[in-house]
Design a protein around this ligand. Structure first.
Ligand code: SF4
Ligand code: FES
Length: 250
């Protein structure tokens, strides 16, 4: 495949960026999207030009690092996959492909296609943890009965990889789907009960502080989420938030 790749190039946080056009030739349909970028970068390095900066780590849909807006869609045209799982067979020979970073005030561009996602880390640190003992001396997890539906819901919520496609896709730059997944993951399990009330309060407080927008129920986040996290978790988080506001047992 021969392709024209239009990529957002930006030197650093302060300087203005712009779309720059590159030609790549001889790309296999079986290549991943990131492998195609690797080949483009090898060409640039050979020519003595600066390679394109982009985030990646596991390259198997686990870490959530690869975060590209491809032809106006978070993680590109395939559903339920991350950018590293996207293959070039989704495109046609001769295509022009636009590649941009996530766009959100809370996720500023650091360089080219790399954004600063430390806002997500701070939201996670505000409550995405448990304090119960899970060391070798603790009770065997299998000895704690958990209702099947609750276990399934916790497991599905835990599939969130923190990629921030939901924020990039949302017209309000809302992080509600991400935060809802994290809050719900613990709220459905006995191990998450100790900090249950504080967790939802603190994570939402930090989310607002970071400058993420509000949810207006458009549902775009659910469609673009590579892990198909349901917006039902946002309803769950809203219920958690409301009930945690009544401090009757404190
Ligand atoms: S909810 Fe989905 S889109 Fe949002 S951070 Fe988690 S995995 Fe990514
Ligand atoms: S590189 Fe880890 S999810 Fe894509």
């Amino acid at each position: 495949m021969d392709l024209t790749i239009k990529v957002w190039r930006q030197k650093n946080r302060k300087e203005k960026g712009k779309m720059v056009s590159y030609n790549v030739t001889g790309i296999s349909q079986d290549s991943s999207f990131l492998e195609m970028l690797d080949i483009l970068n090898n060409d640039l390095i050979t020519k003595g030009e600066e390679p394109i900066a982009f985030d990646h780590d596991c390259r198997e849909g686990i870490c959530g690092m690869c975060s590209l807006y491809i032809n106006g869609q978070a993680h590109g045209p395939s559903r339920g996959v991350t950018t590293c799982q996207l293959h070039m067979r989704m495109f046609n020979d001769g295509d022009t492909i636009h590649v941009e970073p996530w766009r959100s005030v809370a996720l500023p561009v650091i360089k080219d296609l790399v954004v600063d996602r430390s806002a997500f880390d701070r939201v996670q640190h505000a409550g995405g943890f448990i304090s119960v003992n899970t060391s070798g001396n603790s009770q065997d997890a299998n000895a704690i009965p958990i209702e099947k539906n609750d276990a399934d819901k916790a497991f599905d919520a835990a599939a969130c990889i923190g990629c921030a496609a939901c924020v990039a896709t949302c017209k309000n730059s809302s992080a509600m789907l991400f935060v809802a997944a994290k809050v719900s993951q613990y709220a459905y399990l006995p191990q998450g009960q100790v900090e249950r009330k504080e967790r939802v309060q603190n994570m939402i407080k930090q989310m607002d502080k970071e400058g993420f927008g509000n949810c207006t129920n458009t549902g775009a986040c659910e469609i673009e989420c590579p892990k198909s996290i349901s917006i039902d978790y946002i309803s769950k988080m809203n219920r958690e938030y409301l009930s945690s506001s009544f401090k009757l047992d404190k």
